[in-house]
Design a protein around this ligand. Structure first.
Ligand code: MG
Ligand code: MG
Length: 247
């Protein structure tokens, strides 16, 4: 069932989104060569608690950390560890924040120092594909139009679109109905004002194919080439949308 949020719920979700945005700023300041992904996790964890919120991902379906930090060929669900960030890495950080029972979900890929032009373009184009997808959002639009936009943009830039993981509704759970794929489907479901969804393209420099690591969480590209991930939590409105995970 797809929920339509009340004005009160939207206010709580705006706050959860704003703290998510601030947490990203805090983590981003600390992403540099030599810092471990666990240290980034702890910075985010403390920051979220200090703002009277909770990290949505901790223990969600058994996930063992507060944020996901996925490096280079890791697509999503990188578990924070002693692994240190290096010059030339791309680092995807995915953060969920809960405020008074309502969630927000947002991801960003950060470039550390100098990377090859094609990797820079991958990151830039994944971000652009998110905004391409968002551009069709308004009351009455088809959810599948979001995925078509993202897929067409990715294809035009010769990037692989991950299909096994998709965007989703957000509310009292960090993952709710509906699914929001990053590719065309025949799903006739339409958006309605008051829906809140997370749109989150995961694009690969190489093929779209992925596999899961032995830790049962981390998703990596099959060909070992880098992958980027951008995500915002979005409120659908009558004429368009509002990004909740932003200043
Ligand atoms: Mg996320
Ligand atoms: Mg998500």
């Amino acid at each position: 069932m797809i929920s339509i949020k009340s004005d009160r719920e939207i206010e709580l979700m705006k706050h959860a989104g704003y703290i998510n945005y601030l947490t990203h700023q805090e983590v981003a300041k600390n992403i540099k060569p030599g810092i471990s992904t666990k240290a980034l996790n702890d910075i985010a964890h403390q920051f979220i608690l200090a703002h009277d919120c909770k990290p949505s991902f901790l223990n969600f379906e058994g996930y063992p950390a507060s944020i996901c930090v996925s490096i280079n060929d890791e697509v999503v669900h990188g578990i924070p560890s002693k692994r240190k960030i290096k010059e030339g890495d791309i680092v995807s950080v995915d953060i969920g924040v809960e405020y008074k029972g309502y969630h927000s979900d947002s991801a960003n890929t950060y470039i550390v120092g100098k990377v090859p032009k094609e990797v820079e373009d991958l990151v830039e184009n994944t971000k652009k594909s998110l905004y391409e997808g968002l551009s069709v959002i308004k009351d009455g639009a088809k959810i599948s139009d979001i995925g078509s936009k993202i897929e067409n943009f990715a294809k035009a830039n010769h990037l692989g679109v991950v299909r096994e993981l998709v965007g989703h509704g957000v509310g009292t759970s960090v993952h709710e109905d509906p699914n929001v794929p990053n590719y065309f489907t025949k799903d006739p479901t339409r958006l309605k004002a008051g829906m809140v969804i997370a749109v989150e393209p995961m694009l690969n420099l190489g093929s779209r194919h992925i596999y899961m690591e032995n830790n049962d969480w981390t998703i990596k590209t099959e060909d070992g080439l880098p992958s980027a991930h951008f995500e915002h939590t979005i409120l659908v409105t009558k004429d368009g949308y509002v990004i909740l995970t932003k200043a």
